[in-house]
Each structure stands twice: as C-alpha cells, then as structure tokens.
Design a protein around this ligand. Structure first.
Ligand code: BES
Ligand code: ZN
Length: 644
C-alpha cells in the first residue's frame, strides 16, 4: 500500500501541526524529573513523536539473507498514548532506507494474550532527509495499542556490515554485524530512534544453518532450533534504541568468569580469552564503588577487523575490535571503558546527542578508575596523560563551538560529535570535581547519581540540577568550579585537575636526548617500556625526521614489524610523514586488513599531504574500501573529496 487518501493526508497534516506546536516531543514522565516541556529535552535527531505516542516494547522477527544483503521480517511495536495527546494522534517512527511492505494495527484487550488480529493500517513514508531519513507515519485508531510492520532493509543500510567469508578470520562463512549508535538503528528497525525513548524487546533471528546469531540481550536459545538457524532473545531492561545490536557468523563462546565470557570466531577465541582475563574483576571494581551491575551477564563479542570502532557498549554483550588483541593485555582499557558504560550510558543515558558527554565523559572517568584499581596509578596516569594530549590536539583542530561539552548538533549528523572532547574534557570535569571534593565524597555522589537516574535518559540540565543539590550545595569547594565554562564554553577551563605521569615525563626526556644526540638509540632505557610508553615516545618525535634516524630506530626496535595495532599506527604516521619506504608494505597491509576508523583515517589524512602520497592513498583505498564498514568508508570518502 502506498497511495494515501486525501482525507488521511489531511489528518496527518493536522497531527503534524499539533505535534510541532508542542515542545515536548521527547518528553518523559518519570517522577521527580524536571518539567517535561523543557525544550532541552527535545531530540533534534528523531522524526518520531514520543511526546504524543510513545513506543515501549518491540517484538522483532528477522531473517538474515546474506546473498541479498537484506534483513527481512516483522516488527511489532507496543505504544502508549501520552497524557494530553489527541485520541487520533498518529504514530511517527524513524526509518532510513527501509522498504515498508505492510502495516497493521492491533489492540491488546484486557485479559488477552495477543494484539492480533492486525487490521490493515494507512501509512506513509515522508520525504527523505539525508541524515534523519524518512518519517513513517501510521494512522491509529483510539483503541490501538500495537502496530505490526513488515519490512526489508537496504543493502546499503549504514548500521549493517555484510562481510564476505574472505573478510573474516575463518574465511569460510559470511559475517554480519550491526552498529546502531548514534542514529543507525533506524536503518534496520522502524522505531522511535531517540536515546530519550527506552524500550524492552524480544527478538527472533533466523540465519542460515551452521551460523550462530547473537544479540546484546538475554539468549533464550533452544539447541534444536539453533541447529536450524533460529535464535531467540529477550531484553527485559528498558534501553534506548542505539543499544539494540546483533551479529551472525561462525561464532563460539568461552567462559571467563561466572557472569562473563567471550564470543569470537574459532581461530580468534584463545587469544581473546587470554586478553580479556581480567573482565570479571573489572565488573567487580565498578560494582564495589558505584552500585550493582544490573544487566545479568557481561560478555564480549570480538568482531572481524573491519569493525569501525574500538568498542561499542551494547548491553550484556560489548562489541570489540580485534585490534586490541595485543597479547599483553595492554589495550584492555577499551574493555574497561565499554564495561563502565553499563553504568554511565546504558543505565543513565544521554537524553539527546547534545548530552553525549554524559555518556562518554563519565565513562572515560570510570574507565580510568578501573585501570587504577586493577593495574595501579602509574598506568592510569599514563592513560590520562595520553588522553589529555589527544584532547589538546583536537582542541587545536576544532572550531570553538565544537569544543563545547553541551554541543549543538542541530542539522548535523550526531556522529560528528564523536571527538575526543566529550570523552576527555568530560572526564576532566569529573576529575576536577573529584579533586575538589575528595574521592570518597565524589564516589558517594556518583553512586547516588546512578541509583537516582537508573534506567532513565537525562539531559545536561538534569545532571547540573542533581550536582548542585547533592554535591556542590553551598560548599566552599564549589566556588572554584565554573560549570558554565565547563559545559558551554570552548577550550579547557582554568584550574582543571591536570593528570601527570612521571613515567611519561621520563619518556619525553629520553626522546629529547635521543633527538639532540646526547643519548644513543640503545641507551634510551626502553627495555621495560610498555605500550603506553612506546606510544608516547613516537608521539614525542618531531614531524620531520631524517631517513637514517628512522632506520636506526627501526633496526633497534623492529617498529615496522610490531603487531600492536596502536604502536604500529604511531610508527606508520611517522613513516608516511617522512616517506620512509621500508614501511610501505606494512602500511598497505595495515590499511587493507584493519577498518577501525580511528586507526586508518589519520593515516590516509597524513598521506594526503603530498601529491605522491595522495596517489598512493587512492591506490590503497581502491583495494581497502570494499572491506571497510560504511561508517569508515564514508569518512574516508569525505576526506579524499576535500581539497580536490
Ligand atoms: N559508544 C562509543 C562508540 C560510539 C560513539 C559509536 C558514538 C558511535 C557513535 C564507545 O563506547 C567508544 O567510545 N568507543 C571508543 C573506544 C573507547 C575506549 C574510547 C572507540 O571506539 O574508539
Ligand atoms: Zn564510550
């Protein structure tokens, strides 16, 4: 059905005007929250109308079709009309690139177990916005409680990566995974794709026999069904849509602790189990200070190397890049980070993408606390100092409005907000509060914050109000903290709690004396350097270095041959800037096997500095792009187009 009666279009127009006139599009009605018509609460990145008709539960049944690169199936959404909404208000959902085959509406009557039968409903897909997608409007009756949508995804859906067997570790089976944050869920499920809307869900995933499907949810798998490729899941905790996640491939499981374990392709499993040995202890480390882990299991899924991010905090099942499998557990802060999101982000969620720093700043702070607890303050300090260096670099590159924690992303892709600023500046705000009020008072505050807002989505204003009432009060320590400068201003406010690391200071010293010739390569003192010290050393070197000095380092420390993806990244940056040819093959293999955006994008950017480098970048990219995720490919496409 696609043609709409003019009557219905009229109805929609009226409903549209009503919803636009009401400022509470993404309003929630939890006790004790600020006024629901607070304009800060309205999410600019949804076309849904949760302020009028709010979805609360999803039932999903999807078939995974690898040859067509298509998910196909049915979504049943249960919704509730919000107080004050007109009885005939339609339901607005987000979609992007979805083909809607059929829509029905049903009513769950008291005492009944199902809303079926579904009666055909009028629906319409609105105009396409390149970022937001197309609104799906469904006409409702006043009695309706459910809609049933039969639909298909596009092969280009930005949340999905369909991998040919050649791009997996095992090379025999295909692989599929989703990445919904920030607003990609709408490319695989029609829903109200706003972090201010929380839903529970149940799902059935049908894959070709022989493959295993996993979701970031409780598995309710029956062995007999699983052999036939049918996997069932439930998510009983209310979550925002960006946390809905699925993967399918040749996957096996290894238990790490009573409630932790790892999923990976068979050939990767042992290395992953070794690397993630400390995960159970990490969960315990946050629990003892910041409140119970409220999600049941906490597993990790190791994805193929094309995963565009380092990690994604999908509830109960963190998705992680294999580039952190360094062999020596030196890159596990990423796992600590994703775990910490089980408190900051998944439990207490940013209500809009303007408030993203509430997710990432808090999480970066908690991540460092876990690292300190498990591996000591030296390592935590090194990671904080490396983070600060990245932040300073980003602050040099970004215009003032983008340096603000409470950033206005209206009209932009919310993924643009994923800079070091919400992470590191946000973490520094919390660190500064910790220093001002003392660790024990600050820990108590954080714990009470997680309890107070558990399973809610909150804005920056909600946080500020809670902070003022529960920590700042009228205490003297509060005088030193200029919240407006932190949240609404650019740069780093004066008096921030600057992290220091004597170990990295020593590395800086070693780099300086190596450069001025007063220390020979074999006198660097690098014998016991950890990954962090190597990264610092390579970052401390000047952009330009003569080829013989690079060769000297390479000979002494085998840098071109390093398997650690972060160290290799720093070394390859230096190699590109200085045209160091012995690293050429390594660069090519790096860029054609890894698709993590943070690791590959800066290398392409560095190559573009010279005409010969641009040629090389384009040649390598031609080979690499088919293996990249749409998110990484999009960023590099944009980069290559700039300055053309
Ligand atoms: N939630 C983010 C990933 C994300 C953010 C995806 C915004 C899409 C949009 C995740 O927790 C994260 O921050 N990952 C980092 C690693 C972390 C250790 C800083 C990454 O992937 O680089
Ligand atoms: Zn994060």
């Amino acid at each position: 059905m696609s043609a709409m009666s003019s009557l219905f279009i009229g109805l929609i127009a009226v409903a549209f005007v009503v919803s636009m006139a009401s400022p509470c599009l993404a309003a929630g009605a939890a006790p004790g929250r600020p006024a629901v018509d607070d304009p800060a609460r309205s999410d600019r990145h949804t076309l849904g109308n949760p302020g009028q008709v709010r979805v609360g539960h999803l039932d999903l049944d999807l078939t995974v079709d690898f040859p067509r690169k298509e998910l196909r199936g049915v979504a049943i959404l249960e919704f509730q009309r919000q107080p004050g909404a007109p009885p005939d208000a339609p339901l607005f959902l987000d979609t992007r690139g979805l083909t809607i085959d059929e829509v029905g509406i049903g009513t769950m009557k008291p005492g009944q177990a199902s809303p079926a039968p579904f009666a055909p409903a009028r629906f319409q897909l609105g105009p396409k916005d390149p970022i937001l997608g197309a609104r799906l409007t469904i006409e409702l009756t006043p009695q309706a409680t459910h809609v049933r949508i039969a639909y298909r995804t596009a092969p280009t859906a930005s949340a999905l990566q369909w991998l040919e067997p050649a791009l997996t570790a095992g090379k025999r089976q295909p692989f599929l995974f989703t990445q919904s944050e920030a607003i990609h869920a709408r490319t695989w499920i029609p829903l109200q794709d706003s972090p201010g809307v929380r839903i529970t869900y149940a799902a059935t995933v049908r894959v070709p026999p022989g493959l295993t499907a996993v979701m970031a949810a409780d598995a309710q798998v029956q062995p007999e069904e699983a052999r036939q490729g049918v996997f069932r899941f439930a998510m009983p905790q209310p979550i925002p849509s960006y946390l809905i996640a699925m993967a399918a491939g040749d996957l096996v499981f290894h238990a790490l602790g009573p409630r932790t374990g790892v999923w990976a392709e068979p050939s990767v499993l042992a290395a992953a189990a070794h690397e993630f040995h400390d995960v159970e202890a990490m969960v315990g480390s946050i629990e003892k200070r910041f409140g119970p882990y409220r999600w049941g299991r906490s597993d990790i899924l190791v994805l193929p190397p094309s995963f565009p991010f380092g990690g994604m905090e999908n509830p109960k099942l963190t998705f992680a890049t294999p580039t952190i499998l360094a062999g020596d557990r030196s890159l596990v802060s990423l796992i600590a980070h994703e775990l910490a999101h089980s408190w900051s982000g998944n439990l207490v969620t940013n209500a809009t993408w303007r408030d993203f720093w509430l997710n990432e700043g808090f999480t970066t702070y908690l991540e460092r606390r876990i690292i300190e607890d498990l591996y000591g303050s030296d390592r935590a300090a090194m990671e904080s100092v490396l983070g600060l260096a990245e932040l300073r670099q980003e602050l040099r590159e970004k215009p003032a409005p983008d340096q603000v924690l409470h950033i206005d992303l209206t009209g932009r892709d919310p993924d643009d907000g994923m800079t070091r600023i919400p992470y590191e500046k946000g973490a520094l705000l919390l660190r500064t509060l910790e220093k001002a009020f003392g660790r024990s008072r600050f820990d108590d505050f954080l714990r009470s914050y997680f309890d107070r807002f558990a399973f809610q989505s909150i804005t920056t204003a909600d946080f500020v109000a809670y902070l003022k009432d529960h920590l700042l009060l009228d205490r003297d320590e509060a005088q030193a903290i200029d919240l407006a400068a932190w949240l609404e201003g650019p740069g780093l406010p004066a008096g921030f709690a600057e992290p220091k690391s004597t170990r990295l200071d020593a590395v800086d010293q070693a780099a300086r004396s190596w450069l001025d010739g007063s220390r020979a390569t074999d006198q660097l003192g690098s014998g016991d350097w950890t990954t962090h010290e190597w990264i610092r050393f390579l970052q401390a070197l000047p952009e330009e270095l003569p080829g013989d000095r690079l060769a000297e380092l390479d000979r002494a420390f085998g840098l071109t041959g390093r398997g650690n993806a972060e160290i290799a990244h720093q070394w390859l940056l230096i190699a590109i800037r200085n045209g160091y040819a012995p690293a050429d093959d390594r660069l090519k293999s790096y860029l054609t096997t890894i698709g993590r955006r943070k690791l590959v994008l800066p290398l392409f950017r560095a190559m573009l500095a010279t005409p010969a480098g641009r040629q090389r970048a384009e040649a390598i990219y031609a080979t690499a792009r088919p293996g990249y995720h749409p998110i990484t490919a999009e960023s590099i496409d944009r980069l290559l187009k700039e300055g053309r």
